[in-house]
Ligand binder design. Structure first.
Ligand SMILES: [Zn+2]
Length: 411
């Protein structure tokens, strides 16, 4: 179902604008009204990389009035194979500034707003506020879920794209429009899914290589980035059939586009009937992002829940510390565990208590969390503080509940 236009038209176009956009103006579906809507539109592009490069150039050329760019990185020579907004001459410059200069060169009428910071829980609402639409060109799962959740809470639709080697995907996630004051938009978005409806859980860390690890065909960025701009223009001007509730899947080797239906998941943790995600969460933790140092600390110092079960039966010379949060500890726990949340490790406050619990290191320290990510980080701290034989429990309490004690609730 077509959506109502996201943006009200600007009052008028100048003579320069009429000349510049004449090839749009003579398309009946766009026309003066559509172009005036583009002029009034505020679009935020997240990332001036593979997808953001073509997206920014085409959005600028199309006459989108305000373009925001979220980007904190610098231009590297290895970007130029696909990130066509940057140039040989801008290597080493901040990408946001390199992109802004290129946009100005394409269309000086565009108002460019730079957000030269890494998108995170603390700045996401401030940055997103005021934009009509978001074009997501991020390349990692933690940021994707952050974008999805924040956009949903703010009621901003967004166009998502992803690329890997020869394969691309794109969709429009407009679930947030359900709460729009514009009744027409709210009604049209009643069954719109969000990213979590399509991908409820991130892939296990390391399962899906990034472009840096797995490679990407440069021109694939243009194929998917231009689909994103196509959808953005349709949404802003209220024309055509947007990719809401549909996933575009592109195979560049077979030269095949397929459109799959994506349904709103009634059990979606964000936009479903009984949402559990009611505010921003810890996305790095959710996506199992673990630092190299923590991975090193955990290598050779990880025990299974079966081992732990045996230890609990056989040994009394170790201390089991649960590094989750108190509300998680209330849901389920491994018998005999003591709660010291991760934050206490990171700020150093845990060390005194660890000394008492382990009788100054004479008892072995065993750490666990929900799935093994946070406990690996705490293990790094503990080892650094001299607990060299400390271990953590792979799979955490999730594995404990599924393999050892299914009578406890999972979460
Ligand atoms: Zn959802």
């Amino acid at each position: 179902m077509p959506l109502a236009p996201l943006v009200e038209p600007a009052e008028s176009l100048s003579i320069d604008e009429v000349r510049r956009y004449s090839r749009h103006l003579i398309i009946p579906d766009v026309g003066m009204a559509g172009q005036k809507r583009l002029k009034n539109a505020k679009v935020l592009v997240i990332g001036a990389g593979g997808l953001g490069s073509p997206a920014l150039l085409y959005l600028a050329a199309a006459g989108v009035g305000t373009l925001g760019i979220v980007e904190f990185d610098e231009v590297d020579e290895s970007n130029l194979q696909r990130q066509i907004i940057h140039k040989q001459s801008t290597i080493g410059q901040p990408k946001a500034q390199s992109a802004a200069a290129a946009v100005a060169d394409v269309n000086p009428l565009v108002n460019v707003v730079l957000h030269e910071e890494r998108l995170d829980n603390d700045n996401v609402y401030r940055i997103f506020e005021g934009y009509d639409l978001i074009v997501d060109g991020t390349d990692n799962f933690a940021t994707r879920y952050l974008v999805n959740d924040a956009a949903y809470f703010l009621g901003i639709p967004y166009v998502w794209g992803s690329i890997y080697r020869f394969d691309g995907q794109a969709s429009v996630f407009a679930a947030g429009l359900r709460n729009s004051k514009n009744e027409e938009l709210a009604a049209a978005a009643a069954d719109a899914p969000c990213y979590r409806c399509l991908y409820p859980e991130p892939p296990p860390p390391g399962m899906v290589p990034s472009c840096a690890e797995g490679g990407v065909l440069g021109v694939l960025c243009a194929s998917i980035g231009s689909i994103q701009v196509n959808e953005a223009i349709k949404l802003l001007a209220g024309i055509g059939e947007p990719l809401v509730g549909k996933l575009m899947v592109y195979d560049a080797l077979e030269m095949e586009y397929r459109k799959l239906k994506v349904r709103k998941d009634p059990n979606c943790r964000l936009c479903g009937e009984n949402p559990e995600v009611t505010g921003l969460i810890d996305y790095d933790y959710f996506c199992g992002n673990i630092s190299d140092e923590a991975a090193d600390a955990a290598a050779g110092s990880t025990i299974s829940v079966n081992q732990l079960d045996q230890w609990i039966k056989d040994r009394d010379d170790f201390v089991l510390v649960d590094v989750r949060e108190p509300n998680e500890y209330e849901i389920n726990k491994i018998p005999g565990s003591v709660l010291i949340p991760k934050g206490e490790f990171l700020n150093g406050n845990a060390l005194e208590e660890l000394g008492k619990l382990t009788d100054n290191g004479s008892k072995q320290l065993v750490l666990h969390c929900k799935s093994g990510v946070r406990s690996a980080e705490c293990l790094l701290v503990a080892k650094g503080a001299g607990y060299s034989d400390a271990v953590h429990v792979g799979g955490g309490v999730v594995a404990w509940v599924s393999q050892i004690d299914p009578s406890q609730p999972a979460y």
